[in-house]
Write a protein that binds this ligand. Structure first.
Ligand SMILES: Cc1cc2nc3c(=O)[nH]c(=O)nc-3n(C[C@H](O)[C@H](O)[C@H](O)COP(=O)(O)O)c2cc1C
Length: 182
């Protein structure tokens, strides 16, 4: 038992890993493939851990497992976060260690960094910082260039790929500037 004074969490070993994964899976995310150059070639890793961090400076974060090949490849390297479109699940699998034979990979050169075509958004980043994240490394990149388009993004929730459903109507704001309703 940890001292309440330290505020330390219980050791991770106390948690049921399967249950924890299922719990985390309740949090729906987009799906991205982070692409980078390795030697003369182009590589990528599919992730759900992409998140925005800061607008000024423009920083984004990706969390990559220490055992992934990308973990070594991304150290000090520029990269592109490719936000996949709903019809790009085969590409997501291809870059998640499940090569799809015969799948054409739409590589595009973006100022010397490989990226994928047909995505709903991409952000080209230069390496900014890397942090210890337990069995992952948190790579923070500074956005140098980006573009986005309309169309449905690919989503991932409860261990499955999905696409956005109908929008949810929300009630109008109860309070507007200078005009209190209660
Ligand atoms: C939907 C989805 C999300 C994933 N998210 C991550 C992630 O955030 N970080 C990570 O390190 N691996 C993630 N993975 C697993 C990697 O894609 C997988 O381990 C990949 O084979 C690593 O490739 P590499 O070893 O060639 O770099 C995810 C896989 C899928 C299918």
């Amino acid at each position: 038992m940890q001292s309440a004074l330290t505020g330390s969490p219980p050791p991770s070993a106390d948690l049921d890993a399967r249950q924890l994964r299922d719990c985390l899976g309740r949090f729906g995310t987009g799906v991205s493939t982070v692409t980078y150059a390795e030697g003369a070639g182009s590589r990528g890793i599919t992730i759900s851990s992409f998140t925005s961090v800061s607008l000024a400076p423009s920083l984004v974060l990706v969390s990559v497992g220490r055992r992934a090949r990308a973990c070594a490849g991304l150290r000090g390297a520029p990269f592109v976060v490719n936000v996949l479109a709903a019809d790009q699940a085969p590409l997501a699998l291809h870059f998640a260690g499940r090569p799809q034979s015969g799948l054409p990979v739409p590589w595009v050169d973006q100022d010397g960094v490989p990226r994928l075509d047909g995505t709903v958004a991409w952000l080209r980043c230069r390496p900014w910082r890397a942090y210890d994240g337990g069995d992952h490394i948190l790579f923070v990149g500074e956005v140098q260039d980006f573009a986005f388009t309309s169309g449905d993004p690919l989503l991932f929730q409860d261990g499955s790929f999905c696409r956005p459903g109908p929008r949810i109507a929300v009630p109008p704001a109860l309070e507007t500037k200078g005009e209190r309703t209660s």
